[in-house]
Ligand binder design. Sequence first.
Ligand code: NCD
Length: 317
Amino acid sequence: MTKQQELSTKHLLGIKYITASDINLIFDTAINFKEVINRPIKKVPSLRDVTIANLFFENSTRTKLSFELAEKRLSADVVNFSSSSSSVKKGETLLDTVNNILSMKVDMVVMRHPAPGAHFFLSNHIDANIINAGDGTHEHPTQALLDAFSMKERLGSLNNKNILIVGDIMHSRVALSNIFCLQKLGAKVKVCGPPTLIPKNLPSLGVEVEYDVNKALQWCDVANVLRIQLERQEIKYIPTLREYSQYYGISKQMLDSLDKEIVLMHPGPINRGVELSSDAADSHHSIILDQVENGVAIRMAVLYLLAAKRGVNKSEN
Ligand code: NCD
């Protein structure tokens, strides 16, 4: 069988809409880019003729920096937009904002938006490649790709591996994208968290639920720990963060007392002392900073492969 050379889609709207072969192609490409960003000269000219707009309608530190760095490492021209300082505050629609930006001849749009599905809406209206950098509580595909890539670096194949996602599953786009991505790669996925933060439809996605965090840690090869998304909770789903931490917080002592190796992950930002104790986050179990490094390589791979769909020169990496 010949190896897949290009992505099956023009946009990255969600992991749900790409195939396992797409994911493996992104990983193979990211391995090359990880080598590039560890060289003394970290830049390649692959996207020299491409202009990318980063449109952030929601707060972001890591994801925004990571995309911008990935774009600059590929020599793209980059423009940044953040809704807090824009005409959106004056009542402009999403389509008008984006059309104005595209009139400036932008080829690719990386967007974070609070409305689930905002990226689909745009993809029906504009010609640029669209990359979802997080749409509300829906998907965050590049985070799931970098998470799975980081797991693979540690475990080799993810086939039949036990992956646990702990925390606010209901409001987390990282959880949903991770579930889709890990299942496509053959892993078994379990979630753990307070019943009020576990969506009722999870069994229909083939995901098991474990409410006892110690049992869940015993079961898994990797624990991907998520933040409580307080900014998305219009009612109180848990009594207090202190109580959450008592029942679902993970400490180094809990990890050390397991009679096996475990890999600890977190997409950031960490609320130290809530979902993770500081000593767990900084322990030898943790690969949290590897995730951040891999994020740049993964985003370079996604941008490069989507630009190739536009016929942009892809000879030199
Ligand atoms: C995540 C996000 O924004 O969904 N963070 C990130 O992208 N690094 C998770 C979070 O906000 O908790």
